[in-house]
Ligand binder design. Structure first.
Ligand code: SF4
Length: 381
């Protein structure tokens, strides 16, 4: 079985090998709003840019004060670690990501670059036509770049492959609803990250094999069931620390976690419209949230469905989208009496400091210690 964590560590080598094997091009993206199906139909390998944590010797002068994920991605790019990337797309979203895109493309003029507008008001009446039109422009630009026509058959194939991938990820996610799941949050997160840097058709085969393996596994012992909310993460360090103190992340509402695959594409004759509707309808990232809020209800429903004991909200420092949206998340958790712990992090998770926070929070949740335990059962206030 593929070691997902190792796969994430070897992702640059994987992409280089893929290029050698197929003769194809690699296209990088930042946001999970990026419509990968269109790029996949053009024969490209869409790769999500993942942050590491290193001293930002290159990016500091360009992006001082930006969040660490963006600074680090830019740093890695400028250090030449992603020389295999042939093109870069920024999908309208977080401003820091856009700034990172600008710094990278200005410093690498040979890259194919494209700015893809995706309406912030995703439910507005005109949004679907606006995005449909943007996808048409993107398709034409890819065709001009690759010299290949993107046919309806190629789009159908891409939609089928990506829908299958979403189905398999959801199937594995459903196993986490068991009283005693057979998968830990850390393994799950590594699987998710591997999924976002690999060829989906290859990954689908690996996921099918993984599901067969999970069906044979013994469940893990009882652990405190945690939901992870907040800015995207780039490794499984936090999940591992939570496990060390007796917890398990059984569900998340992260951009590179469940929000990446939660909804599907319903095929229709107008393939680009079908893709547009899927991306507009996916679980909201804070930047795409409007007055008619959907994100808090989505979080509350997940909390119920996965029987969480508590939530951990981990925001990347300087992450404005999540910083401004947190009040709504706190509000819904309080209304539902769901215990939560909030903290700010960067790409690293300092073990001593973060461990102490997690341990203190878990002590509040352990049966018999406080009234917080079992919010979903009966609360005596
Ligand atoms: S962590 Fe926040 S600020 Fe940084 S790129 Fe992600 S959404 Fe944007």
């Amino acid at each position: 079985m593929l070691d997902f964590k190792q796969m994430v560590a070897d992702r640059h080598e994987y992409a280089r090998e893929w290029k050698k094997r197929t003769g194809g091009k690699v296209i990088g993206y930042f946001e999970t709003y990026f419509p990968e199906e269109v790029a996949y139909a053009a024969g490209l390998l869409p790769v999500r840019l993942l942050a590491e944590h290193e001293p930002d010797i290159k990016s500091d002068k360009w992006l001082y004060g930006a969040c660490y994920p963006v600074r680090d991605i830019v740093n890695q790019f400028l250090l030449g670690r992603m020389e295999y990337i042939d093109g870069l797309v920024n999908t309208e979203g977080c401003q820091w990501m856009f700034n990172g895109y600008e710094v990278i493309t200005n410093n690498n003029p040979e890259l194919f670059k494209h700015y893809l507008f995706l309406p912030d008001y995703t439910e507005s009446k005109t949004s679907k036509d606006a995005l449909r039109s943007e996808l048409g422009v993107f398709k034409e630009r890819l065709e001009a770049w690759t010299g290949k026509t993107i046919t309806d058959a190629a789009l159908d194939h891409a939609i089928e492959v990506y829908n299958k991938n979403r189905f398999l990820l959801r199937q594995i996610c459903e196993l986490r609803r068991a009283d005693r799941p057979v998968i830990l949050g850390s393994e799950y997160m590594n699987m998710m990250l591997a999924d976002q840097v690999m060829d989906k058709e290859e990954m689908n085969g690996i996921l099918e094999e993984f599901i067969r393996e999970l069906e044979q596994r013994e469940p893990y012992k009882d652990k405190i069931r945690i939901m992870l909310i907040g800015s995207e993460t780039w490794n499984s360090e936090l999940e591992e620390l939570i496990e060390k103190y007796g917890g398990n992340v059984v569900i998340d509402e992260l951009d590179n976690g469940t929000s990446y695959f939660w909804n599907t594409i319903f095929p229709q004759k107008d393939r680009l419209m079908a893709i547009a509707l899927r991306y507009l309808g996916r679980p909201r990232q804070p930047i795409k949230e409007s007055n008619w809020r959907r994100r808090p209800d989505h979080i509350a429903q997940m909390a119920e469905d996965y029987f969480i004991d508590g939530a951990i909200i981990a925001k990347q420092i300087y992450c404005h989208p999540h910083g401004t949206d947190n009040y709504a998340v706190w509000k819904i958790l309080r209304e539902r009496y769901i215990p939560y712990h909030y903290f700010e992090r960067d790409n690293t998770v300092p073990e001593a400091e973060t461990g102490m926070r997690i341990e203190a929070f878990f002590n509040m949740l352990r049966p018999g210690l406080t009234r917080l335990v079992g919010w979903h059962n009966k609360i005596d206030l």
